[in-house]
Design a protein around this ligand. Structure first.
Ligand SMILES: NC(=O)c1ccc[n+]([C@@H]2O[C@H](COP(=O)([O-])OP(=O)(O)OC[C@H]3O[C@@H](n4cnc5c(N)ncnc54)[C@H](OP(=O)(O)O)[C@@H]3O)[C@@H](O)[C@H]2O)c1
Length: 337
């Protein structure tokens, strides 16, 4: 356990347990507190949260790198559970739902709690008998992977794809979806010990990332890959572009290095001839209910995997954040309430 970790707090009627951040700080700055259960207005849904995934975005907020966050704040850009109240009638009480983005955990209190009240537009319904921890790992990870593959890359069956930052939860979810589209997947990691975790989800070629992978990729596909997903950021982007074929597409979705700007961008010098660069930043609207349902059904049938590294209880939130910050995971960290 992380030193100074949290003592269990029991819920009392009308109140909920929530993880609150009073100001940026170390993992121990996340404290469990009793707060009133929020009251949803006409355009909101009150969700009884059963599980939530951890995201880099929340790490940025905790480290004080996120702009526009007012403290104290209940973090959490996603949540999974069931509808406790929906005054507008868009969803029925008891319906299973996921919610994500739209300012959750940044502009208003988010998913690190027993209840969260979010705009109806951020809610996606589903039906599934999978356990809550598995379900809780899915929304943001699937939405980002699916949006990157479709909106960002327009990836097609049979194509090759390079996933730069392959052991991240988004990277692993993208690999799972890409394999379901009969793509050939190259995934990078800096850590050879994580190769097995990538092979287990179906990655065809694990590439050890020492900062330059284009040459290694081109020994297997000399013309370069058809598609590449950049999750490390601008330090590796030129090399990812160099691994991609003429008329291939690179989508910039993540910045695990915490570096996301290109200084003095001169396109003719920066971009290899004919290689296309796009970007993806997602929202709940990019995850159609049918896509979520199909994925969950495939998981239930054993035809798809949810790449989960570890499950935690809410009392272990400081440990979970310390693990995210240390980058030890291969896949999603998920917390049950
Ligand atoms: N655009 C969007 O809509 C959107 C939505 C969600 C997430 N994202 C972004 O997508 C990225 C992935 O998010 P995630 O939650 O899936 O991450 P994650 O699971 O926390 O990723 C962990 C992995 O990142 C790698 N890593 C950590 N620090 C690194 C560094 N400095 N340089 C290179 N690799 C590093 C490590 O891999 P190895 O040790 O194996 O190398 C580690 O296993 C993040 O940048 C996140 O902000 C974007």
């Amino acid at each position: 356990m992380v030193a100074g970790s949290i003592r269990p707090v029991r819920s009392i009627p009308g109140q909920m347990r929530a993880v609150v951040l009073d100001a940026p700080g170390p993992p121990e700055a996340l404290v469990i507190r009793q707060l009133p259960i929020p009251t949803p207005d006409g355009d909101e849904v009150l969700i009884r949260v059963k599980a939530f995934g951890l995201n880099r975005s929340e790490l940025h907020t905790r480290l004080g790198l996120a702009e526009g966050v007012v403290f104290p704040r209940v973090l959490g850009i996603e949540a999974t559970g069931f509808v406790a109240e929906c005054p507008g009638g868009a969803f029925r009480t008891g319906q299973k739902v996921v919610a994500m983005m739209g300012g959750m955990g940044r502009l208003f209190d988010g998913g690190y709690a027993e209840y969260t009240s979010v705009p109806t537009s951020q809610v996606v319904p589903f039906e599934s008998k999978l356990d809550w921890a598995t379900l809780g790992a899915v929304p943001e990870m699937l939405q980002t992977a699916y949006g990157s593959l479709t909106v960002g890359l327009d990836a097609q069956p049979g194509q090759t794809i390079l996933i730069r930052g392959g052991t991240s939860s988004v990277g692993m979810a993208t690999a799972v979806l890409a394999k379901r589209r009969d793509m050939t997947v190259f995934s990078t990691t800096r850590n050879p010990d994580k190769a097995g975790a990538l092979q287990q989800i179906g990655v065809d070629h694990v590439v050890i990332d020492d900062g330059e992978v284009a040459a290694a990729v081109r020994t297997i596909v000399p013309e370069g890959v058809d598609a590449a997903l950049e999750l490390i950021g601008t330090p590796t982007l030129p090399d990812t572009l160099a691994a991609t074929r003429v008329h291939g597409v690179v989508c910039f979705t993540g910045m695990l290095s915490n570096e996301w700007t290109v200084k003095d961008f001169y396109p003719i010098d920066y971009l290899p001839r004919g290689v296309r660069l796009t970007a993806y930043g997602g929202d709940a609207a990019d995850l159609p209910p049918g896509t979520l349902q199909q994925f969950l059904d495939a998981v239930a049938a054993g035809d798809a995997t949810v790449p989960i590294h570890r499950r935690y209880t809410m009392n272990e939130i400081a440990q979970a954040h310390a693990d995210m910050e240390a980058g030890i995971a291969s896949g999603k960290l998920v917390v049950t309430t």
